[in-house]
Structure formats: C-alpha cells, structure tokens
Design a protein around this ligand. Structure first.
Ligand code: AMP
Ligand code: MG
Length: 420
C-alpha cells in the first residue's frame, strides 16, 4: 500500500493563516490511491477520481447535422431579395441519413440531429417555410450555414476531454460517453474511518441518559466524506479513556488511509486523543488563526493520516470543509482541491479581531436588482447545528478585515460547492 511519508504534517510555524495551511497541505499531500486502479463502467464512476487523461476516440458530433426540424438546402440556390422555391427530394431523420446528393434547386426534409445531406450546407426551420405538395417556399434573409451543427464542434478526435485527477460529475460521465468510452480508469477509493469521541455521546435512536447528547458529528462527517467519493467506515464512538482511544485508533489504522475524529483534542483532562496519537505515531497541533475551530490536530497513526477535528458540530464542519476536505481530495488523487468563493452583499454589520479568518453561517436572499444578499444566522455559537441547516453556506472574512458594513461585498462559500 502506498502510504504517507513519515511525519508529513510536521509544521514548525507557530500561528498559520488559512492560506499558509492550505499551501502546506497542497505541498505535502500526495495521492495514496495510485497503488490500485479500477476500471469501472460509467454508471459507477460518479464522484470518483479519474486516473487517466481521457482522449476522445472521435469527433463529436461525428457528422455535420441539423440543429432544428426543417429543410436542408444549398444556400447558393436562394435568391437574396425574393422568396425561393425548392423541390423536396428526400428525407434525413436522426439515425436515418439521406443517402443521395442534394442537386441544384433541391431540398431534403430534415429533423433535429439528422446528418446533413451531401451537397446541403444550410437548414431552414420548418416554421419559416410554406410547403405546398413537394415544394417549399423560403422567404429571403436566411444566413449561409444557418441551423447547421458542425462535425467536431463539441469535441475533436484526439482531444483530452477529461484530465487525470478530475473528480467526476454527472456531466463528465455524459462527455465520456459521448466520445465513446463506456468504462474509465479510476483511482481506488480513499478509505476513511470516522470516529466520534466523548463519554456523553449516544447513538441516535437509543435512550438518552442525563448528561448525554446524541452524536451528530459522525453523521455530518460520514456523509461529507462519502460525498467526496471516498469509502467511509463508521467506527463508532470512542470513550474518554486513554487506553480505549489508543486501541481503537491502532486497530483501525491498518485498514484505512485516513482516520478522522471529532472532539477530544483540546487540552482538557478528558481529551485523550492527543496522547493516543502521539503514542502511535505523530501528532501536530496546527495553530490556525481561525474562528470557529480549536487548533487543528494533524498527524499519523503509523503511516495512516490522522485528522482531529474540534468537537463542536459547527467548528467540526467548518474545519472539515476548509481543511480536511482538500486533504482528503489530495490523498485520493484529485487535482482540484479547493472550492471557489463567490462575492455576495452583506446584509449585516460585523466587527472582528484582525489577524484571524472567520466563517459565519448565512442564508442567501435573492435580490431583483443586485447580487444575492447574505443574512446571518443567529445565534452564532459553534454548537448550533441549526446554523448549518437553515443557511446556504459560509461568509468567509479574511484576516485583515476588522469590520464589515451592510452593503459591502463579502466572500461566500456555498455548502453546495463543498458538501459533495
Ligand atoms: P470536546 O472537544 O470533546 O471537548 O467537545 C466540544 C463540544 O462538542 C462538547 O460540548 C461536546 O459535547 C461536543 N461534541 C463533541 N463531539 C460531538 C459529537 N460527535 N456530536 C455532537 N456534539 C459533540
Ligand atoms: Mg469530548
């Protein structure tokens, strides 16, 4: 198995910006999934990562064809200033090409997607002609080449249509099909094990004792990891007990490329993840200048990557989306690791400390005469799961900004951009 270089998360710098942290991840992270490639039919490839440059076997469309239902003709036959009369000499339907040649003064009845008959160069829409018997009359003004789709206008034979490292979306599968590939060579899925930690946590559906809370993080994280095309294992809840945490992590390491935990990584007495990972490999707390989020714990259990996310569900989710997600995509072999941000208009005033990056949950409201307006969700606490549910994404505020006034432009990260 192709595992990580030893101690690849060792990071000396004391306080890192988000950009620095992402740059380090980009530099250090290598794909670990190249040891086994899979050939899979297109229907099983969505969300997976392409392990080859996919080359087109043909021109698409393979022939010039009609973009409309109408009549194929020779533009040179048309009078520029008066109606023209042409004789209908045949028919070309999708999948049933006309086999003859269009002679001067002739036209061929044609349907959308049908091959352009030999000799014809232009198509007139059926709505624009008058037909009487086996003739049509065409008003003047039709442009040469109108309504004709060119061979190869979408893809040319030999083009690389999808590059290695691409995470495959629905439309990518359609493109692969259109150029003749029924199967793709993919990296094997990254194997990710997800743990929760904490004695207070209870499986949803079970009775809740006094002091207990239901484990929400594991559902969020498993779904997010699965949405990235990885193979997720539900590894349950680790108790706040050093030996059990250590045993759980050590048992799981061999079978996974990455172990993901939430909770148990602050400095409280009940936070046992740190000691366990240190005993089994390396652990580094990356002190990131961010809110929400405690230090991000990154390390290795043996040669298996380890990420310890904060326990609070909002902090866990934000840290996952911004830091664990690119790490997972990189380990899995993807080339595009980071999401695009979009500019929206703040509907709020906000003040913050300089020097750290903040993420606020917000709903986007449509505005008729301007771009969308971001409305903050309150309360803003990092335990408020509803702040992730009743919103569309995260307003991301850069380190140097200290105040935002309503009406200003802010960066927005839509959940739809990163939650799959
Ligand atoms: P910790 O980092 O373990 O001290 O956890 C910080 C906060 O997050 C505490 O209030 C925990 O109860 C809460 N928390 C930790 N893990 C989870 C989880 N899996 N689901 C919901 N809340 C959690
Ligand atoms: Mg805890």
């Amino acid at each position: 198995m192709n595992k990580l270089a030893d101690d690849c998360f060792n990071q000396v710098k004391n306080l890192m910006s988000t950009a620095e942290a992402l740059a380090v991840l980009r530099q250090r992270i290598v794909a670990v999934t190249q040891d086994r490639l899979e050939r899979l039919p297109l229907a099983q490839a969505q969300g997976r990562i392409l392990a080859e440059d996919l080359v087109s076997n043909l021109d698409v469309p393979p022939h010039d064809n009609s973009a409309v239902d109408g009549y194929a003709l020779r533009h040179g036959d048309l009078k520029p200033d008066a109606p023209s009369r042409l004789a209908v000499a045949g028919r070309s339907a999708a999948g049933h090409p006309f086999t003859g040649h269009v002679e001067a003064g002739g036209t061929v009845r044609i349907f959308t997607g049908a091959v352009m008959p030999d000799g014809a160069d232009t198509v007139v829409m059926q709505e624009d002609v008058e037909r009487s018997g086996e003739h049509i009359v065409i008003p003047p003004g039709l442009k040469s080449g109108a309504n004709r789709r060119r061979q190869g206008e979408d893809t040319e034979k030999g083009d690389v249509v999808l590059a290695r490292g691409r995470r495959l979306r629905a439309q990518d599968l359609g493109l692969a099909a259109s150029v003749g590939h029924g199967e793709l060579t993919l990296y094997r899925p990254l194997k990710v094990g997800v743990f929760s930690t904490g004695d207070e946590l209870v499986e949803p559906g079970a009775d809740l004792p006094t002091g207990g809370i239901y484990d929400a993080n594991r559902q969020i994280l498993m779904a997010l990891v699965g949405g990235l095309g990885a193979q997720v294992s539900d590894l349950g809840i680790l108790p706040d007990e050093a030996a059990a945490v250590r045993q759980g992590l050590s048992d799981a390491a061999e079978a996974h490329d990455l172990l993901l935990t939430s909770g148990g990584v602050s400095v409280g007495d009940e936070d046992h993840v740190r000691g366990a990972v240190e005993a089994l490999g390396h652990l580094h707390f990356w002190r990131l200048a961010i809110k929400p989020g405690r230090p991000l714990a990154l390390g290795q259990v043996g040669a298996t990557a380890f990420v310890g996310l904060p326990g609070n569900p909002v902090a866990a989710t934000v840290c996952f989306l911004r830091f664990a997600r690119p790490l997972i995509l990189g380990l899995a072999g993807a080339v595009d690791l980071e999401p695009a941000l979009y500019r929206v208009t703040a509907d709020f005033d906000y003040e913050k400390k300089a020097g750290r990056r903040e993420w606020l949950r917000a709903r986007l409201e449509h505005q008729v005469d301007a771009g969308p307006r971001a409305v903050l969700f309150r309360p803003m606490g990092s335990g408020i799961i509803n702040s992730l549910v009743q919103t569309h994404g995260l307003v991301e505020i850069a380190e140097d900004v200290t105040r935002i006034k309503a009406g200003e432009a802010v960066d927005f990260l839509p959940f739809d951009e990163v939650a799959s």
